[in-house]
Write a protein that binds this ligand. Structure first.
Ligand code: FES
Length: 94
């Protein structure tokens, strides 16, 4: 766990069922890029919404400023450039 309480989690890709470990110090976007899965990004700070991805299972740890409170509470989409997971597993529609 990082000093700010950020924890690692496992990310599942729905199309391939592949699972990747997301360490506390790296983003979903970074780890997936290592494996040839590219999510379009722009700001990479949760401001623009370019990277918004549908959540299939799990509860995101929303860290963006783009989605509204209601959209955060719905937990059916997230910004993988900066947001993480509150659950041990998170499945994204990729
Ligand atoms: S790239 Fe801008 S919110 Fe993710």
């Amino acid at each position: 766990m990082a000093e700010d309480g950020t924890k690692p989690f496992k990310l599942r890709i729905s199309s391939s069922d592949e699972v990747f470990e997301i360490p506390a110090h790296r983003t979903i976007v970074d780890v997936l890029l290592d494996h040839g899965i590219e999510i379009p990004v722009s700001c990479e700070q949760g401001m623009c919404g370019t990277c918004i991805t549908k959540v299939i299972r799990g509860i995101p740890d929303h860290r963006d400023l783009f989605l509204s409170n209601g959209e955060h509470e719905a937990n059916d989409q997230m910004t993988p450039c900066c947001s993480r997971s509150l659950t041990r597993f998170l499945t994204l529609d990729l």
